[in-house]
Design a protein around this ligand. Structure first.
Ligand code: BES
Ligand code: ZN
Ligand code: ZN
Length: 494
């Protein structure tokens, strides 16, 4: 999809569809809408007064062959109440909704008109991210794919200069990196084993100019990653650990090193503590955290933060079998801590235990992990917010500022010492599930913290936000690419 800047008068833009947005109860049309209304001899005001054009959030009204305009269609997208409008996140949704509305209807050339207040680089960035994310479809393996595509989008009326071109480039990189992660998350487990994921990461790193090392089962054994090996031993597919590195041109000595760690269980059956059959097919997306971090690295390679970033992605299947670990087994993690495996389905925290420890060993001074870790986070936050844990609190708060800037909903979750009590074991140092009632997302986080120790750390539980079962007007159903924008914003500001 080509995206370019255009500054023709609105009436003479010759495209298949001209798109703009209307606020709730906006009867006195001015600005962009006023100009269009004048070109259309007042027909837009007539429409507004008829009550059909409500401006309700993401409601669409499509006019064919609008008189007075060169465009073949005029699409008006509702922007909701002006006092509730947040330029970044709402423009992203409006642009995405417009693209997904038009795509199946055939237009090839689209133009997007921004309102007076929304013509700077931040607005352009949100619109371009929204367009690119909206273009992703999850029907890769369908024989007859609906391959109707919008070929080009003109952004009209933007203030040239002031970093506009850079903002558009940045948005393209971020949008495409989200889609790169979504491609991976969408793959079924027979098309994406740990080895295949490592090959995809290698290809990405090569193309993006990142360093990469893939640890195989021999190296993993040599490093004594006992917690990861315990999970992997039930599968015939060997585990892999990807280590992807970004180094800035002039690294400052003593500067912080950001470690990004992502859970990549390419299929989670639960192991011997096996999951019920209903919905088990969804456990192909249990590598969402790993894909998120690889997507973030892909973006950072192009956006070039001033700090070093090191990404560690442990990948394995979680399978039952003759060699599988069993409830009650004790594993020795790379750090030396012993773990009583109460439930083999709490495998994400096991592989993260070794991965966060290894990231620290490789020099990470600050950590972020992302993982589809617990069903409990869905109970707490549904598919609305990412659960964000972290210590110290100031570090978590800084991350939440980035989430806000990126327009991603995340909510701070508790990891008080009481949750630590719940993962004490009778036989080993810690157990992999909480012994108390409830608090499953927090005990999961505490388990990871046992290996993070005092390193500043954010843990993102994306179990309920990394995948949506129902499409949204601006996003296909399936993988969402959540958290990438926030992580990239954070790394660039660090
Ligand atoms: N991969 C699951 C968590 C999950 C659930 C992800 C739903 C996406 C959607 C994780 O490995 C798991 O099974 N967690 C258990 C932990 C429990 C045994 C302590 C859970 O949440 O039930
Ligand atoms: Zn599990
Ligand atoms: Zn899992």
């Amino acid at each position: 999809m080509e995206i370019y800047l255009d500054n023709q008068p609105y009436a003479s833009i010759d495209v298949d569809a001209l798109v703009t947005y209307v606020f709730d109860r906006e009867h006195n049309l001015d600005g962009v809408l006023g100009e269009i209304d004048r070109a259309m001899n007042g027909r837009l005001s007539l429409l507004a007064r008829s009550g059909e054009l409500t401006g309700k959030s993401l409601e669409t009204v499509l006019l064919h062959f609008p008189e007075g305009l060169a465009a073949k269609r005029l699409l008006l997208v509702g922007a909701g109440k002006p006092d509730k409008f947040v330029a970044g996140s709402d423009l992203r949704k409006i642009a995405g909704t417009a693209l997904r509305f038009l795509k199946p209807r055939g237009p090839k050339k689209m133009a997007f008109l921004a309102g007076e207040g929304e013509r700077g680089p931040l607005a352009a960035e949100a619109i371009v991210e929204g367009l690119i994310a909206a273009d992703f479809e999850s029907d890769k393996y369908r024989s007859e794919r609906k391959n109707r595509a919008v070929d080009s989008v003109a952004l009209v009326g933007f203030d040239r200069g002031s970093g506009l071109a850079e903002a558009i480039d940045r948005a393209r990189v971020i949008g495409e990196s989200m889609n790169f992660a979504r491609e991976l998350i969408n793959e079924p487990s027979n098309k994406l084993t740990p080895r295949m994921l490592a090959a995809r990461a290698e290809a990405m790193a090569q193309e993006a100019g990142l360093g990469i090392e893939v640890l195989d089962e021999r190296k993993i054994a040599e490093l004594k990653m006992g917690a990861l090996i315990g999970v992997a031993q039930g599968s015939v597919e060997p585990p892999r650990v990807m280590v992807v590195r970004y180094t800035p041109a002039n690294p400052r000595p003593g500067a912080p090193v950001l470690g990004l760690v992502g859970k990549a269980v390419t299929f989670d059956t639960g192991g011997i503590s096996i999951k019920p059959a209903t919905n088990m097919e969804k456990m192909k997306y249990d590598m969402g955290g790993g894909a998120t971090m690889l997507g973030a690295m892909r973006a950072l390679a192009a956006l070039k933060p001033s700090i070093s970033v090191i990404c560690v992605v442990p990948a394995t299947e979680n399978m039952p079998g003759g060699r599988a670990q069993k409830p009650g087994d004790v594993q020795v993690a790379m750090s030396g801590k012993t773990i009583e495996v109460i439930n083999t389905d709490a495998e994400g925290r096991l592989i993260l235990a070794d991965a966060v420890f290894y990231a620290r060993k490789l020099g990470a001074t600050h950590l972020i992990d992302a993982a589809t870790l617990t069903g409990a986070i869905e109970v707490a936050l549904s598919n609305v917010h990412v659960g964000a844990f972290g210590t110290p609190r100031e570090y978590l708060d800084r991350f939440l500022e980035s989430a806000k800037a990126a327009g991603e909903k995340m909510w701070p979750m508790p990891i008080d010492d009481e949750y630590e009590e719940m993962i004490k074991s009778n036989i080993a140092d810690i157990r992999n599930t909480g012994s108390g009632k409830g608090g499953g997302a927090s005990t999961g986080a505490w388990f990871i913290k046992e290996f993070v120790e005092d390193t500043p750390w954010v843990h993102l539980d994306i179990a309920s936000t990394c995948w949506i079962d129902e499409g949204r007007p601006w996003l296909a159903k399936g993988p969402t690419g959540v958290a990438i924008r926030s992580i990239v914003d954070f790394a660039l500001k660090m």
